[in-house]
Design a protein around this ligand. Sequence first.
Ligand code: C2E
Ligand code: MG
Ligand code: MG
Length: 534
Amino acid sequence: MSTGVNGSGFTSHQKERLLWVYKSDVNTGLSVLLLQKTNSLNIALEYVANRLSITAFLTFWLAVWAALVMSALISNRFEQNNKRLAFMASHDDLTGLPNRYHLVSMLNNFLTKEETSGVPPEDRKGALLLIDLDKFKEVNDTMGHAAGDELLVSISKRLSELAGTKAQVTRYGGDEFVIWHQELDRMEAEVLAQDIVAACRQPLLVNNIRFEIGASIGIACYPQHGSEVDVLFKRADVAMYHAKKHRFGYQMFDQTLSSQTAYWTSLRGQLNNALQQSQFVLYYQPKVTLPQGVVVGVEALVRWEHPEEGLLAPGMFIDIIEQSTVVHEFTRYVLRQAIMQCRLWLNQGIRISVAVNLSPYNLRDDEFIPFLKEQLSAHLVPPELMEIELTESGTMSDLNVAQRMFPLLRAVGVKVSIDDFGTGMSSLAYVKKLDVNYIKIDRSFITNITTDFRDVAVIKSMLLLCSNLNKEVIAEGVETPEQAEKLHELGCQLAQGYYFGKPMHPLVITPLLIKDIPDLAIVTPIKPIKKATP
Ligand code: C2E
Ligand code: MG
Ligand code: MG
């Protein structure tokens, strides 16, 4: 203990820690010593320490909680972004439908899984419908891409409604859609395809204009037609191609289609050689006046004298040519043959026009018109004896090019015809936009002309419009005298068809033409120049 006058300090006594304070007053001589246990201070300190640790604890957990909330928010945002990106990668922007990538991975998954929703692999089935819209390109070309987009959206809605919730409807690309339905068998898939074809034929309003498009569908069924994704797609594609080519609406895959595809592939490989060896020959079908039956012209229709396959009709190879690189060379070959034949006939005193069919691709060939002029002058053939036929669908597939090229062809002096009119999507109103001489009414309108009043109505309006626009009408595919008479009665003045003569080899048709010189008239009105052979 301190002995100083005043002081303080700590000391211990019996394990107790004590605070002492000593104070003495020299005036009075009194001294005070104060001893105080330090426990109460400890308690105070302990209390403060406790409060502090509780606060620290709470702060810590608040911080942890805040960090957790923040990280949850961030990961949620990430997840949403990822989901959005994944959706964008697997869906089509325009229609919102799943895209090709999504479908293929889903199908791969389905076909390779051991078990799907409790269904073992051996009991699994499904149908793949590959849908390609017809005439969509025309809408895009004539009405613009915005209209085309609107149409695709409407179609995608129709498809989704028809396919139902159990199906996977996909925009496969461009104007192609795919429906995969894992509960459909063959029959059910065909029923769905029929419904889709009918629905796609229903007119659609785009920008207040009615469009009648259509769809061609190829179907491949799992497992009958394939158990791998790419096999199923290939087969649906082969079937779709057939449906489109033959305008069947839909086609179920079968093995014979595949062998046809192989056959076409082999023909494609022989095209160059066939051209070099002049295996393509032109047959000529007469065009006559009604009712007299005077031959005023012929249409050159190509045939392939195939060394092994015999005589092939254009339906077997024109598509292949149009998709090949020889399309321009082929048409020039045909044009040269036709001009040479015209010259030969002129030499024999036969003055008739010769029509040549063009592929729409030929209109894009800048060399075509110079070649035409050169050939006409080389063989001294008057341009007015040449006619160029282009199908309505071919014309409409690139209306701008047609509108630019037709006047150029007319300027050369040749005539221009729209072939197979009525089968494309164009309305009669388009006719006025086209600088052409003839409109050839497709034979589908002629077949039932004596029985179907609707065909009669269509032909009547075509005749009226064309006469107002100063264009001549040729009726195609006339097979009977009754059809010829009906056409004459309606005011149609030109016709072509088996009734008057099938396409003939030059050696066959030339004597018939010579026989009828000087006016190439067939003696009896509306009488075939050659009996149609079956
Ligand atoms: P197209 O130009 O419309 O020719 C008429 C087609 O109808 C010809 O078929 C002809 O034989 C057929 N036909 C004519 N009259 C009748 C009839 O009374 N009844 C029936 N059922 N059919 C008739 P073909 O010769 O098989 O030609 C088919 C198509 O191939 C042609 O249709 C044409 O678009 C195309 N084609 C023909 N030759 C050529 C060519 O040199 N170049 C191009 N690009 N296409 C050609
Ligand atoms: Mg033709
Ligand atoms: Mg035709």
